[in-house]
Design a protein around this ligand. Structure first.
Ligand SMILES: [Zn+2]
Length: 390
């Protein structure tokens, strides 16, 4: 069986999501924060386990053929626990082919949700912080080799990569990886660098120089600022003032100090938030904060983070935030922001804005038609009930 057959088998094995509102599924949008290593659906985990002869170490998480249950993740309160499961699962990805297949599988999922463009993160330390670095030849070599299959799979969606450094490894090592990337033939696949993993013991400031160097080399910069962290606001300040990032991942704790909000608007720093990732940690997924930032004019987009591991796609995240009514300005704003803050040429973004505008316009026409038909039906019922002959 070829790799592509495996991918299709994995896609077909997934049950169709229940309760999906077509408005969210068809909404044209971009995905700006998704971890390539977090796109492993349980079915793919089983395939990779067999292909690479690796025992799946956490049976209750991946030894299932159906989707992961929300309950499993609701039990994971601490991010440390999440990383334990995360690293155990990511160790299943061994070969360049594995990376290429996961990449293609995700793009197929994404295109099916009318996602027009994806910026996908990867981390050379995704298998753990013990120093066993995954070579760029394995990760980006797999992505490069997968390009040939895009046409076969009718993939029109565009995609670029963001190389993440792990906070748990020394900044000097991040600098070496950056040098390796800049000298490699894979440079063209990568549009930016990021910083991931838990900030508790590893402040962003330690990576100031490597981020400055990446910036000089023409790469954009993104940084995780998790919610409910000790000194969240201090980390956000470092990202804004010391590093000068282009994009903050999560960062909703900025609402603790609203005086910073005009600052990020002025500096055009975008926010990539991932509602389902908060739902597994806090009730209400920070809905109020998302709303507050969108209303304030912050360039906030909605993203999926770990769609395979959570079995919670981008469309599901939009649906979580929005109401199933057409003129839902928050959702449309978030979709518009995802285009506005994608790291793409303006001409490409204009095409995507046009697509979104056409879609919203069509929805509004349809919605108005439905309202008019309902009003006519109500009048007819009223006339019938007041007719003395009835
Ligand atoms: Zn993330």
């Amino acid at each position: 069986m070829s790799n592509l057959d495996l991918i299709n088998q994995a896609l077909n094995a997934r049950p169709k999501p229940e309760g999906e509102d077509p408005f969210f599924a068809k909404l044209p949008k971009c995905e700006l924060h998704v971890h390539l290593e977090g796109t492993i659906w349980p079915v793919s985990a089983i395939l990779l386990s067999g292909r690479n002869g690796i025992h799946i170490p956490i049976p209750e998480v991946v030894n299932v053929t159906g989707p992961l249950h929300l309950a499993t993740f609701k039990e994971i309160i601490e991010l440390e626990d999440f990383h334990h499961i995360y690293y155990a699962t990511t160790r299943l990805i061994q070969q360049a082919t594995d990376y290429g297949d996961l990449y293609l599988e995700y793009l197929l999922h994404a295109q099916g949700q009318n996602i027009m463009h994806v910026e996908m993160s990867f981390d050379p330390h995704a298998r753990g912080l013990d120093g066993a670095r995954i070579p760029l030849d394995t990760i980006l070599g797999g992505i490069e080799a997968a390009q040939g299959a895009r046409m076969l799979l009718d993939l029109e969606i565009s995609a670029s990569m963001i190389m993440c450094f792990s906070r748990g490894r020394p900044a000097e090592e991040a600098d070496q990886i950056l040098t390796e990337l800049l000298r490699s033939s894979y440079r063209g696949f990568v549009v930016g660098v990021g910083l991931d993993s838990r900030e508790k013991r590893y402040p962003a400031i330690e990576f100031k120089d490597v981020f400055a160097r990446a910036n000089e080399a023409g790469l954009k910069t993104a940084m995780h600022c998790d919610i409910n962290e000790i000194n969240s606001i201090g980390h956000i300040r470092q990202a804004i003032y010391d590093i000068g990032v282009d994009r903050i991942i999560h960062g909703l704790d900025i609402t603790i100090d609203p005086s910073l909000i005009p600052e990020v608007i002025e500096r055009k720093i975008s926010f990539a938030c991932c509602p389902f990732s908060y739902l597994v940690k806090v009730p209400g997924f920070k809905r109020l904060q998302i709303k507050q930032l969108l209303e304030s004019g912050v360039l906030l987009s909605i993203n999926s983070d770990y769609p395979g591991m959570y079995d919670w796609r981008l469309t599901d995240n939009f649906q979580l935030v929005g109401e199933s009514t057409i003129p839902d300005s928050e959702i449309v704003k978030a979709a518009r922001n995802s285009i506005a803050t994608a790291w793409l040429p303006e001409i490409k973004k204009q095409e995507m804005f046009d697509k979104l505008d056409r879609y919203i316009n069509d929805c509004m026409v349809e919605w108005a038609r439905e309202v008019a038909a309902q009003q006519e039906s109500d009048i007819a019922v009223e006339e019938l009930s007041t007719d003395p002959r009835v």
